[in-house]
Design a binder for this molecule. Structure first.
Ligand SMILES: Nc1ncnc2c1ncn2[C@@H]1O[C@H](COP(=O)(O)OP(=O)(O)O)[C@@H](O)[C@H]1O
Ligand SMILES: O=P(O)(O)O[C@H]1O[C@H](CO)[C@@H](O[C@H]2O[C@H](CO)[C@@H](O)[C@H](O)[C@H]2O)[C@H](O)[C@H]1O
Length: 458
């Protein structure tokens, strides 16, 4: 098994979903499960999903790595999708890029079934939407994602499916399954329909002995030919087109989803423990950001003053929220409007925090930051453009979003201005860490946002 772990450890740091960028993982094999159905249809392949813990991080991260193992002489995959050779004559292929894995994953999602290993177990949970049984092609979605998504297009008229394979595993139902499924079941048009999930159990990495249950993958209807709001907004900003009306509709859709979530899941008043834990998260993030992005250190006191002001005022009710809301998480669907995806919450936050009732204003703050990101990205791509015009574009978009949100929700955002400013600032601090780790050339975008927010907090 050492050669398997060595092979995975050498490959993981190059993957977009690998969290500890710039450092080799320190892997321990926690468990694995096999998909025997794959071997029945493709006898040259063995499909094994490894669950490996990176113990070099605090806290330990548990990764899901589906691997197809083939005799090297028979392999014709693109070299970019090859993990490596654990031993001479055997090649490991990144599962989502091999039909032996994708066809058995699809079968689990749409027909049910089981995957088994000595200490881990997986089972498919199809919903009534997963009725179609015809032929499908599989294609991995490329781009900057935290997980790996495969699109299964039907070649004979069935609805296309997108299946997200969660790369980091956490005990409990993943909010990315729980929230959109509840919203879709309640009739919301602002989320895609749920098709099925792969759930399972594995050894608990936080205790010796015992096992936990959680989610391995989730499939939804795929909305073909749509663009995400990030692309739509970027094009509008690049062409100097007004985005205020589109942003107003996005604000209204966001309010609709918040209202539905407040009906479907418990809400509660903010207790002092909630404030303390939120403020502790703000401080913790700020400390990490100062360590990783030294330019933030000089604004430390000013940032803390914005947090202190927010902490001194009344806070609204807590409820379930999206949690990592930005333009890339919203799709523009003709005839249906804005559709929200990726309810998994911020990848850098512990899952226990992401599933708690939270401030709906956190989502509002995330989207407001995202309009600023559009402006920042345009400035990076077109350095000779006058910055005032780009800034004005973002200001109008932010205004439109706020108007749409307030009209639909009835929430007086002005009354919560200092809290919204603190949440925007915290998001910008999060983004600075995220960009420093993933896209260092973009770190100037949140840094500029931080300066603006501390100089003009609300
Ligand atoms: N149901 C869907 N229909 C069409 N495109 C989708 C759908 N779900 C996700 N996408 C596309 O896939 C991208 C990545 O999905 P997301 O849920 O954000 O994954 P990740 O957790 O890996 O970041 C989205 O930004 C969107 O462009
Ligand atoms: O991978 P996820 O979609 O879960 O989200 C992570 O990656 C996002 C970047 O791809 C990051 O979002 C940041 O960049 C966006 C533009 O690419 C911008 O619209 C967002 O405002 C900005 O936060 C997100 O924060 C991160 O969790």
């Amino acid at each position: 098994m050492d050669s398997t772990l060595a092979c995975l450890a050498a490959w993981m740091p190059r993957q977009r979903w690998y969290a500890a960028k710039g450092r080799l993982p320190s892997l321990r094999l926690v468990a694995w499960w096999d998909l025997p159905s794959a071997e029945a249809t493709d006898p040259d392949a063995r499909v094994r999903t490894f669950l490996v813990a990176d113990e070099g991080t605090m806290p330990t991260v548990l990764y899901q790595i589906p691997v197809v193992s083939r005799a090297t002489a028979t392999v014709d995959q693109d070299p970019d999708h090859i993990i490596g050779s654990p031993e001479p004559g055997t090649t490991f292929i990144d599962g989502p890029f091999d039909s032996a894995y994708t066809s058995s994953l699809l079968s689990l999602l749409t027909r049910g079934g089981q995957g088994k290993g000595p200490t881990a177990h997986a089972w498919g949970v199809p919903t009534p939407v997963a009725v179609h049984d015809g032929p499908r092609t599989a294609q991995v979605l490329t781009g900057e994602q935290s997980n790996t998504s495969v699109i299964f297009a039907a070649t004979d008229g069935g609805i296309p499916i997108i299946c997200k394979i969660f790369r980091q595993l956490h005990p409990g139902v993943n909010p990315d399954i729980e929230l959109p499924t509840a919203l879709a079941d309640a009739g919301s048009s602002h989320v895609p329909r749920a098709v099925g999930s792969v759930d399972g159990s594995w050894p608990d990495i936080s205790t010796s002995g015992g096992s936990v249950q959680g989610s391995f993958a989730f499939a939804q209807e795929f909305l073909p030919g749509v663009e995400d709001a990030w692309r739509v907004a970027l094009r509008a900003a690049a062409g100097g087109d007004d985005f205020r009306d589109a942003a107003r509709e996005l604000g209204a859709a966001t309010a609709d989803v918040h209202l539905s979530l407040a009906e479907l899941f418990a809400t509660r008043t903010t207790e002092s423990a909630d404030r303390e834990s939120t403020a502790a998260t703000w401080r913790r993030r700020l400390a990490i950001a100062i360590a990783e992005v030294p330019a933030i250190a000089e604004r430390r006191e000013a940032i803390e003053a914005v947090y202190a002001h927010a902490d001194s005022l009344e806070w609204p009710l807590l409820q379930r929220i999206h949690g990592d809301y930005h333009l890339g998480q919203v799709l523009h669907v003709r005839g249906r409007g804005w559709v929200l995806v990726d309810f998994e919450g911020e990848p850098l936050r512990p899952m226990s925090e992401r599933t708690r009732p939270d401030l709906a204003l956190r989502d509002v703050a995330g989207m407001l930051r995202s309009f600023d990101y559009v402006a920042g990205s345009i400035r990076l791509d077109h350095p000779t453009r006058p910055p005032e015009a780009v800034r004005e574009w973002a200001r109008a978009a932010r205004q439109g979003f706020i108007e749409g949100y307030v009209e639909r929700s009835g929430v007086d955002l002005r009354a919560h201005g200092p809290l919204l400013a603190a949440l925007e600032l915290d998001k910008a601090v999060y983004e600075a860490i995220y960009e420093a780790r993933n896209r260092p050339t973009w770190v100037t975008i949140p840094l500029r946002g931080i300066h603006r927010l501390v100089d003009r907090p609300s």
